[in-house]
Design a binder for this molecule. Structure first.
Ligand code: PLP
Length: 406
């Protein structure tokens, strides 16, 4: 089985650890000795509810989630949350400020890539408040049109009392990530947020969840992530929500807020222990296996150090090749993602990138094609990619720049 599997550098759904997949196969046939497979067992069975509690506990302990925040599970992916965060946070704002008109409400969006841009478009579509762009990184980019880095802190323009402040921590398509080092100019400018009070800070962590510690986790209102990068298969969406953001959306609707579909209401999900309706049982099971494995390996600290080394080695090889004109790194130094590294191959003819991909595939390395909207090459280095697999890719990147490859 191992020999037949390619190394999947795809951006998501993405590679999962083989040991987990093998274990999951057993659970598909017979879950915890019940004689019933995990895809067949009731989500209200004691075996499943205890597994769900373990998954929550694993996330809480590994990420150090404070008790001020609930961890809830839902479906609909990151895209579902583009809508849900708007509806829930607007309901919260309505309860806090019932007398403001829609025109007086504002939602702040930090645009650093394709996913935050999509989220802002959904907020505009839903209405209920105006959308204010805190900063659009394209206007600060080298060509004035690409998302190529985190803008300078001085360029962030936050509103005074927004219903939400939205950012995407890791832009999967564009390869731009906020630094986790607060002293870096590419970190999120927490120090610019108004002092005091509970910030309505919302973060999309879809493609970096569980890859390293979340800076200032306690200062967030909502953190959400689809599971299908570092945690498990698609179908599961994980939310960390501060308790004051779990509000009675029906009471807010009576005051004029947009009614919230029942499966999107954080309160409905939280009150039902994430079992208001049938959850994605199989994805939850595999996510549980993945996080049990990470716990044994040393938790988030382990993955943070491994992921850092992996990214450093790939960037170093690409920079060295870029200095000699073989590659073009699309993201400014300091803003480059640890999870998704994007670049162009410049040498070896017009079809250099196709050749690069074909060569990689011949070596069993797949999923390296850049997102269709931006082209180029994208290397995704999620938790399941090992250092050895990364080193093999690094050797290929270096090999491409030797005279024989021209
Ligand atoms: N946000 C980010 C950062 C993503 O990478 C993705 C998908 O890749 C999404 C949101 C959308 O997630 P989904 O396809 O689960 O709706």
């Amino acid at each position: 089985m191992v020999n037949q599997r390619a190394v999947n550098f795809g951006a998501g759904p993405s590679a999962l650890p083989e040991s987990v997949l093998e274990e999951a196969c057993k659970g598909l046939l017979n879950f915890q000795g019940t004689g019933i497979g995990i895809a067949e067992i009731s989500h209200r069975s004691k075996e499943f509810t205890s597994l769900l509690a373990d998954l929550e506990n694993n996330i809480r302990t590994q990420l150090d989630v404070p008790l001020t925040h609930k961890i809830i599970f839902t479906q609909g992916g990151g895209t579902g949350q583009f809508s849900a965060v708007v509806l829930n946070m607007l309901a919260r704002h309505r309860l806090l400020h019932p007398n403001l008109s829609d025109e007086q409400r504002v939602m702040d969006y930090v645009l650093t890539g394709s996913w935050s841009k999509k989220a802002a478009a959904e907020a505009k579509r839903l209405g209920g408040a105006s959308v204010h762009t805190v900063v659009d990184a394209r206007t600060k980019s080298i060509d004035s049109k690409s998302f190529d880095g985190i803008p300078a802190h001085a360029d962030f323009d936050f509103s005074v009392d927004p219903a939400l402040i939205y950012y995407c921590e890791n832009e999967t398509v564009d390869g731009v990530q906020f630094s986790n080092d607060e002293t870096s100019p590419a970190s999120f400018p927490f120090h610019l947020l108004p002092t005091g009070g509970l910030w309505p800070l919302v973060a999309d962590y879809s493609s970096s969840f569980m890859s390293r510690k979340i800076p200032r986790i306690a200062d967030h209102a909502v953190i959400f992530a689809g599971a299908q990068k570092n945690v498990g298969p698609a179908g599961l969406t994980i939310l960390i929500v501060r308790q004051d953001c779990i509000v009675d959306v029906d009471a807010a609707a009576q005051l004029g807020a947009t009614p919230v579909p029942i499966t999107m209401s954080y309160k409905t999900i939280a009150d039902a222990g994430s079992l208001y309706n049938t959850p994605s049982t199989l994805s939850i099971y595999i996510a549980h296996l993945v996080l049990e494995r990470s716990k044994k390996l040393g938790g988030i600290e382990y993955f943070e150090s491994v992921n850092k080394r992996k990214a450093q080695r790939v960037y170093a090889a690409l920079r060295e090749g870029a200095d000699r004109g073989f590659y073009h790194l699309k993201v400014k130094e300091g803003s480059g993602s640890w999870m998704n590294i994007v670049f162009n191959v410049l040498k070896n003819g017009d079809d250099a990138e196709s050749k690069f991909l074909i060569g990689a595939e011949a070596l069993g390395m797949k999923g390296l094609k850049g997102h269709r909207s931006v082209g180029g090459i994208r290397i995704s280095l999620y938790n399941a990619i090992t250092e050895e697999q990364t080193d093999n890719l690094v050797a290929y990147i270096k090999g491409w720049t030797t005279p024989e490859s021209i």
